[in-house]
Design a protein around this ligand. Structure first.
Ligand SMILES: Cc1cc2nc3c(=O)[nH]c(=O)nc-3n(C[C@H](O)[C@H](O)[C@H](O)COP(=O)(O)O)c2cc1C
Length: 281
């Protein structure tokens, strides 16, 4: 089971604070929230990769977002020189600003460029390059039509989030369309979208899990100790309080339906300082 990239949530400090819980629940790998493969950006200066390829308890795969195959090659060479042997490409980000520029799920609308991106990734990271994708931008049949292209490349695996980009993170996952992709794919499919914390789905396929794991954390009896650790590591990461408080609110928002958190959430969401927040733990 792979930990899904959740920007702002499953970040490095989170992974460090919760690595024992992740291992206990059966995660074998984590994909980082996306890092830009764009001109002028050094991936090694991204906070996500600061610990290096062996620096975390759980195996970490850097995820890139971009549309320029040469920039992707440059980013991959850079991390390869630092010892990373795996990388993932984001083909799912649904936000219009990203998508319309041909990045994230926008790659699904530019098949020729998608092909060049996959070629760049598989050439630069032989055996270690994976692709995470949606069923389509507008229609759940779009990915199916792209499978002849995707099948040309020796991907490590293909993760399918069984929604369209238009759906954002809402609405039902489309199981029928997902099954069609599983039948068509020549590479291993990792299934994703609203799945419980289980290593394999009903058809014995490997899963990638994000939000259901995050929600479960709120029910742990020792959660406040983990939170204290997460605060401490995030404070070290940012060197100041403000973004740490925002990060904690983002996490705890996932727990507002849990009885022991619902009242606390009302206090947390109006906290103004990190000290105020820490006093609640
Ligand atoms: C807050 C948030 C941030 C996300 N960030 C990323 C990201 O950086 N890269 C990516 O490929 N997917 C990202 N996703 C999508 C998730 O990885 C995953 O595909 C989606 O949440 C469905 O899986 P789940 O129901 O198990 O959470 C994000 C989702 C959310 C809710």
């Amino acid at each position: 089971m792979i930990l899904a990239p959740l920007r702002g949530v499953t970040v490095r400090s989170f992974r460090e604070a919760f690595s024992s819980v992740m291992e206990e629940m059966g995660f074998t790998e984590a994909i980082t929230p996306f890092i830009s493969a764009m001109k002028g950006i050094d991936p090694l200066s991204d906070r996500e990769l600061k610990n290096g390829p062996q620096g975390e308890a759980i195996a970490v795969t850097p995820q890139f977002i971009g549309k320029d195959p040469n920039e992707l090659r440059r980013a991959l060479r850079r991390i390869k020189d630092a010892g990373w042997e795996r990388a993932d490409l984001n083909g799912g980000c649904p936000f219009p600003m990203v998508r319309r520029k041909g990045r994230g799920s926008g790659l699904l609308k530019t098949p020729e460029n998608l092909s060049r991106m996959l070629e760049a990734g598989c050439e630069e990271m032989p055996g270690g390059f994976s692709f995470k994708v949606r069923l389509g931008v507008d229609e759940p049949s779009e990915l199916e039509k792209l499978m002849p292209i995707i099948n040309n490349f020796p991907l490590r695996f293909l993760t399918v989030h069984a929604r369209t980009a238009r759906q954002m993170y809402e609405g039902e996952c489309n199981k029928e369309a997902l099954e069609r992709i599983c039948a068509l794919s020549k590479v291993r499919v990792v299934v994703n979208g609203d799945l419980p914390v289980v290593p394999f789905d009903g058809a014995n396929r490997e899963t990638m899990v994000g939000r259901s794991f995050i929600r479960l954390l709120g029910k742990r009896v020792d959660i406040k100790e983990f939170l204290a650790k997460y605060v401490e590591l995030s404070r070290q990461e940012f060197g100041c309080d403000r973004p740490v408080l925002g990060r904690m609110k983002e996490l705890i928002a996932y727990w507002r339906e849990i009885p022991q958190w619902s009242r606390l959430w009302n206090v947390v969401k109006i906290c103004r300082t990190l000290d105020e927040f820490k006093s609640l733990l």
